[in-house]
Design a binder for this molecule. Structure first.
Ligand code: FE2
Ligand code: FE2
Length: 250
């Protein structure tokens, strides 16, 4: 796969002025819609966590992360609005995808997360993964507004990732390795599926247009190796997952 467009080489005016082909716009719109939705569901999950978790040390950080996830979603919806796509239109193009495995982790966080352990797992499954997707793929996007938004989001996601790492270690100490291991087995397949299917036609188009740098599988593998180190450092067990997408427990 070869990249056709250089990082930050396309602006909204190029899209509006018809200087990029129609398929580029279609692929860009879908990619931004998926990014915005992931941020929005993560914000909804943090909002839910705020209702369920009262420990002051945690609720202060949940408040901060919630505000930042809202801001991330807004940034991406604004980028969509710039090319004439409303939030409702963006969300509508994801109706089918939302029911699939790639959105299971953010949806679970937004719709079902219950307590502290789910918050820890969501941070590991959404903030840590988001940092990789945005850092590896979107920071060097050919679409300049997405690259600029990624730069802003990344600064905050680095802190969310640190939070994820800290709460995982704390949870192992406070709640015991066994309960955290059980939660990891439940969440890990979902977390890995969040990267999306390997080798899809959509990702092929994204890479060709310079909207992504790497295939989903490459980033998923990177995530697994980083997480494995973290899990072992916390004295926990890394679950085995099935090889093929959508992943389950092996
Ligand atoms: Fe975010
Ligand atoms: Fe985050």
């Amino acid at each position: 796969m070869t990249r056709r467009l250089q990082p930050s080489s396309v602006e909204a005016t190029d899209v509006l002025g018809g200087r990029v082909d129609g398929n580029f716009v279609r692929v860009l719109t879908r990619l931004l819609a998926a990014h915005a939705m992931a941020e929005k569901l993560t914000a909804a999950g943090y909002e839910r966590a705020l209702e369920n978790i009262t420990r002051p040390e945690l609720s202060a950080i949940i408040h901060k992360n919630l505000a930042e996830e809202h801001k991330h979603a807004t940034l991406i919806y604004e980028a969509l609005a710039e090319i004439g796509v409303s939030e409702v239109q963006a969300d509508r193009c994801l109706v089918t995808a939302l029911k699939g495995p790639a959105f299971a982790a953010p949806r679970h966080f937004a719709e079902h997360s219950a307590g502290e352990l789910d918050l820890v797992m969501a941070a590991v499954s959404l903030d840590m993964t988001g940092l990789l997707m945005i850092g590896v793929n979107y920071r060097e996007s050919s679409y300049a507004p997405h690259a600029r938004a990624a730069e802003v989001i990344l600064q905050e996601e680095e802190e969310h990732d640190l939070f994820a790492s800290n709460v995982l270690r704390d949870a192992a100490e406070r709640l015991g390795a066994e309960s955290v291991n059980t939660a990891l087995r439940e969440w890990l397949p979902r977390a890995v599926n969040f990267f999306g299917p390997p080798g899809s036609g959509f990702t092929f188009d994204c890479i060709t247009y310079g909207l992504k740098a790497r295939d989903n599988k490459e980033i998923a593998d990177l995530y697994l190796s980083l997480l494995e180190r973290r899990v072992h450092q916390a004295g926990l067990d890394m679950p085995n997952i099935t090889r093929d997408y959508p992943h389950g427990l092996a």
